[in-house]
Design a protein around this ligand. Structure first.
Ligand SMILES: C[S@@+](CC[C@H](N)C(=O)[O-])C[C@H]1O[C@@H](n2cnc3c(N)ncnc32)[C@H](O)[C@@H]1O
Length: 248
C-alpha cells in the first residue's frame, strides 16, 4: 500500500488542479486589448503582480504606503468597479485582489488613477491561491461579488464558495472580520447559506429580509449587479462576520 502513496497523492493533486482549472473555465483571455491598454498593462501590472510563488510576509505589507493600516481582499473583481470605488473612498485601506481574466485586470488598471497603484496587489489567477499565500489574521474584509453561479447541479463542485474556501477565508480574516457576498442565483444563495451556517467560524447577522435585500450604502453596484437588475432578477447581499477565536 505504502509504495503506491506518491502516485495516489499526485493523482489527487492533479484532480484538484483540474477542478480549479475548470472553475476558471478558459476565460483567462477575451478580446485582444487595445494598444494603449496593453501598453499600460505591460508597464503597470509587473509592479502590482502577485503570483503563486510570491512570498507574502511582513515585507509585502510594509511596501504599502505608511498610512495603510487595514487590508481588504476582493475575489473575482471583474472589471473592478467595486474595487475602484472602495479605493477612492477608503484612503487608509490596501487591497489584495484576484481576477484570472486578463481583460478585467487590464480594465481595472486603465480605470485607476496612478496614485492608487501603490494600494493594490493583483493576482491574475484563482483567488484560492491568494488565500493560501496571505498570512493568517491579516485581512479585515473579503468581497465576493456575483461569483460564477454554475447553475447545473453537476457543476456545483466548481463553485468558488465551499467548505474548503470558507476555511481559507476564515484563516486570513481577523476576528470580527467581514465577508460580503452578492449573488442573483437562488440556488447559489441556498448553497452559500448552507455552507456558511454550518461552518463554525462565521455568523450571519441578518434578522429580517431587508438585511439581505438592501445593501449598506458603502456597497456600490457592479456590472453584474446592474445586469441582474436589468433582467428583473433580485440580487441578495449577504454579510457574514467571523467569530472571535484564538485559533482563527
Ligand atoms: C460573474 S463575474 C462577477 C464580476 C464582478 N465581481 C461583478 O460583480 O461584476 C465572476 C468573476 O469571477 C472571476 N472568477 C471566477 N473564478 C474565480 C476564481 N476562482 N478566483 C478569482 N476570480 C474568479 C471571473 O473571471 C469573473 O470575472
Amino acid at each position: 500500500m505504502g509504495k503506491y502513496r506518491p502516485f495516489e497523492i499526485n493523482s489527487r493533486r492533479n484532480k484538484i488542479n483540474q477542478a480549479m482549472n475548470k472553475r476558471l473555465f478558459g476565460r483567462k483571455k477575451g478580446y485582444p486589448l487595445k494598444l494603449a491598454k496593453q501598453k499600460l498593462f505591460d508597464e503597470v501590472f509587473p509592479k502590482l503582480r502577485l503570483s503563486k510563488k510570491t512570498k507574502i510576509n511582513e515585507e509585502i505589507f510594509s511596501q504599502f504606503p505608511s498610512l495603510i493600516d487595514t487590508f481588504w481582499l476582493e475575489v473575482g473583481f471583474g472589471n473592478g468597479e467595486h474595487l475602484k470605488w472602495q479605493l477612492e473612498k477608503n484612503v487608509n485601506v490596501g487591497f489584495f485582489c484576484s481576477e484570472p481574466y486578463l481583460n478585467g485586470v487590464a480594465s481595472l488598471i486603465s480605470s485607476l488613477k496612478k496614485e492608487y497603484f501603490d494600494r493594490i496587489r493583483i493576482m491574475m489567477d484563482d483567488a484560492e491561491f491568494l488565500l493560501e499565500l496571505l498570512p493568517p489574521r491579516t485581512i479585515s474584509k473579503v468581497f465576493i461579488l456575483f461569483p460564477d453561479p454554475w447553475h447545473k447541479k453537476k457543476h456545483y463542485k466548481r463553485r468558488f464558495i465551499n467548505e474548503n474556501t470558507i476555511l481559507k477565508i476564515s484563516n486570513v480574516l481577523k476576528n470580527n472580520g467581514e465577508v460580503r457576498i452578492a449573488t442573483d442565483s437562488e440556488s447559489y444563495v441556498a448553497w452559500i447559506l448552507h455552507h456558511f451556517l454550518k461552518s463554525e467560524q462565521f455568523v450571519w447577522k441578518a434578522s429580517k429580509k431587508e438585511d439581505f435585500l438592501i445593501k449598506p450604502s458603502d456597497w456600490p453596484a457592479t456590472r453584474y449587479e446592474n445586469k441582474a437588475i436589468s433582467l428583473g432578477k433580485c440580487p441578495v447581499f449577504l454579510i457574514f462576520s467571523k467569530k472571535n477565536s484564538k485559533q482563527h
